[in-house]
Design a protein around this ligand. Structure first.
Ligand code: G3H
Ligand code: 13P
Ligand code: ZN
Length: 332
């Protein structure tokens, strides 16, 4: 058993309380590779932002759970080396789907876990979340639970339609589970194809797809029911069109990829939404830079040559999110 406290990590409790009060949101960036980790830490240090580094089940399978945990420990030391005396870094399990997986992460030094029982019947979701909370709180690890189902693919749970969170359930759910934060469904979804063209309108000037607005009425109802309670938004990548265009220009094929407009995330960040999950935008930034670099430098084959611009492009994207969308800069 390793406590995250020994690794210099923090849980989300104080971070979220400050974010809700201050009207900003903490970035939760997924990472699978060293370059993503480095770019996240550099961006957080340069902007003086707290940050959540999150690991999915897929990331554990790809990179190995132990390696990712040591990378997070390395992230704390790297942040200090870059001049941040008191880094506020959370190591979070994203979309944990069993008690055993959450326990494994808690036992190896994660400071926060998500138990995603959103596809289960209501009572089963509560029972599973409560079991995780009871275990996690013994070690001062914070727990995110989810109510409502996002459209798109949630790891292995596939849902073609979204089921918005029912505001009438949130008080009962949060009280009976004891969760520290609640992920809700108000129209965001995972991946680079958040909406079908049929769900969007077209901007007459640019011809680009304009997605339907998020259900802010539901968010505000939930805020009224749970004043000051930390709310989480998954599936919040904006799928920047310049990155999509670069990918398509250099041999990729991402027609009609569309994300959540940044103005809406900016608005959500000012509410009780205090954690915003972004993964796809990092994938797009990395892939766009690599495709461009290799197309322009066909004789290069040293991975450091094309991973360097990829890392720079991700860092630029992370800084943009922190400063221009979530507002978590200058909080350390
Ligand atoms: O919500 C899902 C995250 O983007 C993680 O995706 O399971 O492909 O690592 P992944
Ligand atoms: P995106 O696919 O929109 O980046 O969402 C990531 C996410 O919610 C991770 O849990
Ligand atoms: Zn998610």
């Amino acid at each position: 058993m390793v406590s995250y406290k020994e690794l210099g990590l923090v849980n989300t409790r104080e971070m979220f309380a400050k974010a809700v009060k201050g009207g900003y949101a903490i970035p939760a960036f997924n990472f699978n590779t060293m370059e993503q980790m480095q770019a996240i830490v550099q961006a957080a240090v340069e902007t003086k932002s707290p940050v959540i580094m999150q690991v999915s089940k897929g990331a554990r399978n790809y990179a190995n759970a132990t390696i990712l945990r040591y990378m997070a420990q390395g992230a704390v030391e790297y942040a200090k080396e870059l001049g941040c005396a008191n880094p506020q870094i959370v190591l979070h399990l994203d979309h944990g789907d069993t008690f055993e997986l959450c326990k494994d992460c808690i036992d190896m030094g994660f400071s926060s876990v998500m138990i995603d029982g959103s596809s289960l019947p209501y009572e089963e979701n509560i029972a599973l979340a409560k079991k995780v909370v009871d275990y996690a709180h013994q070690y001062d690890v914070t727990v995110e639970a989810e109510l409502g189902v996002l459209a798109g693919v949630e790891d292995e749970v596939s849902s073609a339609v979204s089921h918005y969170t029912k505001p009438e359930e949130v008080i009962d759910f949060s009280q009976r589970t004891g969760c520290d934060s609640l992920a809700i469904s108000i129209g965001t979804s995972h991946g680079a194809y958040k909406f079908t063209p049929a769900q969007c309108t077209r901007d007459p000037k640019t011809g680009k797809l304009v997605p339907p607005p998020l259900a802010f009425d539901i968010l505000h109802e939930i805020e009224k029911k749970l004043p000051g309670f930390p709310i989480v938004l998954h599936g919040s990548s904006s799928v920047p069109q310049d990155e999509v265009d670069t990918i398509n220009q250099y041999g990729g094929k991402l027609p009609d990829a569309v994300g959540i407009p940044e103005e809406q995330l900016r608005e959500a960040s000012k509410s009780a939404v205090c954690k915003i999950n972004i993964d796809s935008d990092s994938r797009l930034a990395m892939t766009a830079a690599i495709r461009k670099y290799l197309a322009e430098n066909p004789s290069h084959f040293d991975p450091r040559q094309y991973l360097k611009p990829a890392r720079e492009n991700m860092k630029k994207m992370y800084i943009h999110k922190i400063v221009n969308v979530l507002g978590s800069n200058d909080k350390l």
